[in-house]
Ligand binder design. Structure first.
Ligand SMILES: O=C(O)CCC(=O)C(=O)O
Ligand SMILES: [Fe+2]
Length: 340
């Protein structure tokens, strides 16, 4: 050690000694008291508990809205899910008119995992709800689907939402797919990215992370910018897990549990008599009240309210009450419409 360095180290150590914390002079460190710290023990414990760490969300794109939640599953969870799905894996299918069929543009195997398959499935549903604010329990959403791509496996550009009324999604009365979350359950040595074609970006496989995006605009129309593909796997084996959140059910959840601003379109073609009555009601109001400019407009965006598909009367009246509140002459602002 040269002399100058030696001198500096001495000086540094002297400084450290001079600025030793109070503990070394016999005083113990004490937490400040204060009523505002009442929850401190619980808070600190939660912060230190493994599994209660904040989720790290990386915003990949705002239009379309695509985010990546890092460390969404643990290594062990990913391994277990692959194990439970393995026996059920079958060649993946795609919608083909009214049916489902295998297709050259989707080369992979997939299996559905119900909550009863293993407790981890329920846990993941809960976690998805926590980060997205969406109720993803069936029947509000589809079951978890595990997908496995071998070398060359891929899924050519497609939309996750239905783009035609003849889609099986409509026939099943599940509504369109409002959002997709895809969890990467394995690393891939080369290839396998998820590419958003019109939006012009791709997301490489990040093991244990979850990619989330909205398929539909807030008005319920499909977002064409979500056209995406699973790129071919070049080296390795890609495992993913999907969850699709369906559309009309959002109406029900949003009313009971106002978690996400989703606007649902009132459709005059819906056959439910109650929807028809509501529609007539809106048309009447629209023609007979003119006190604020287009005040009625947001009302038309309220409900695609398929009462035959699980919404309950109570929810229906809850909505109606809120609508009437919005119609109050003093309420000129659209802000009062914080239904969804
Ligand atoms: O594997 C991917 O990265 C995308 C797959 C996909 O888009 C799908 O299964 O709907
Ligand atoms: Fe997809």
């Amino acid at each position: 050690m040269n002399r100058r360095v030696h001198f500096n180290v001495e000086k540094y150590e002297k400084l450290l000694n001079e600025n030793l914390p109070a503990t070394s002079s016999g005083l113990t460190l004490k937490r400040p008291d204060g009523i505002y710290l009442r929850t401190r023990n619980a808070y600190e414990q939660l912060c230190q508990t493994k599994g209660s760490q904040p989720i790290r969300r990386e915003i990949i794109s705002l239009q379309p809205y695509v985010v990546l939640f890092h460390g969404f599953v643990t290594q062990a969870e990913a391994k277990n899910i692959r194990k439970y799905a393995m026996p059920g894996l079958r060649r993946s299918v795609v919608a083909s008119g009214m049916n489902q069929a295998t297709a050259e543009y989707r080369i992979s195997k997939s299996a559905w995992l119900k909550e009863s398959a293993h407790e981890v499935v329920g846990k993941l549903d809960q976690r998805i709800t926590l980060v997205t604010g969406l109720n993803v329990q069936p029947p509000y959403a589809e079951y978890l689907q595990v997908v496995n791509y071998g070398i060359g496996g891929h899924y050519e550009p497609h939309f996750d939402h239905a783009t035609s009324d003849s889609s099986p999604l409509y026939r099943l009365k599940t509504g369109n797919r409002v959002a997709t979350i895809m969890i990467y359950l394995s690393p891939v040595q080369a290839g396998g990215s998820t590419a958003f074609i019109y939006a012009n970006f791709s997301v490489p496989v990040v093991q244990n992370a979850a990619l989330f995006w909205w398929n539909l605009h807030k008005n319920g129309q499909g977002n064409v910018d979500t056209l995406h593909a699973g790129c071919p796997v070049i080296v390795g084996n890609k495992w993913g897990m999907f969850k699709n959140k369906n559309f009309h059910k959002v109406t029900c959840t949003a009313v009971t549990n106002i978690v996400h601003p989703k606007i649902i379109i009132l459709s005059s073609s819906t056959h439910s008599p109650l929807v028809q009555i509501l529609f007539k009601f809106f048309s009447y109001v629209q023609h007979n009240r003119t006190y604020t400019e287009e005040w009625w407009k947001p009302l038309l965006y309220i409900l695609y309210f398929d009462l035959y598909n699980g919404c309950q009367w109570l929810l229906f009246f809850n909505i109606l009450q809120k609508i009437l509140f919005c119609l109050h002459p003093k309420k000129e602002t659209h802000k009062s419409l914080e239904l969804f």
